[in-house]
Design a protein around this ligand. Structure first.
Ligand SMILES: O=C(CO)COP(=O)(O)O
Length: 137
């Protein structure tokens, strides 16, 4: 765990509209592990996750086009996150494309693990689980 703000991992979960069903399905597959994680999410994505899994610890920020991506970017700068899972829609123009680019840029600047698809999201969870279990043994 890298975040400097608490003792449980903190994940940002974000998805564009065309991929919201996919992130909800991914959360379902990982829900046992995610129940021990603090989740922050852009508004609409977080609302969908909370509705599907009320037991998860999800904090909803602003919707992405209204500044939510920038709020998550600020959390990256403040080293409050351990990973960004961002299911981007690569096929649709976005009014807030500059914010999307800024968010992915900051994740790169701060070397934050970032996944834009299920396969890489699974690898991040696997890596963090192994890191945490090695740290405990
Ligand atoms: O637009 C987004 C990320 O760029 C996601 O925002 P919402 O979760 O509010 O739809």
């Amino acid at each position: 765990m890298n975040n400097s703000s608490g003792d449980r991992p903190c994940f940002a979960l974000v998805a564009h509209d065309a991929r919201k069903d996919e992130i909800v399905a991914w959360v379902g597959l990982q829900r046992t592990w995610l129940s021990g994680v603090s989740i922050v999410s852009t508004g609409t994505t977080g609302g969908r996750i909370k509705e599907a899994f009320p037991v998860l610890n999800v904090t909803c920020l602003k919707s992405g086009p209204l500044g939510g991506d920038q709020q998550i970017g600020a959390m990256i700068c403040e080293e409050k996150l351990d990973a960004l899972i961002f299911f981007v829609d690569p096929l649709s123009p976005m009014p807030h494309d500059v914010d999307v680019k800024a968010l992915t840029r900051l994740a790169t600047v701060y070397d934050l693990p970032m996944a834009c698809s299920r396969s890489t999201a699974d690898l991040i969870v696997k890596g963090l689980r192994e890191t945490n279990s090695n740290a405990q043994s």
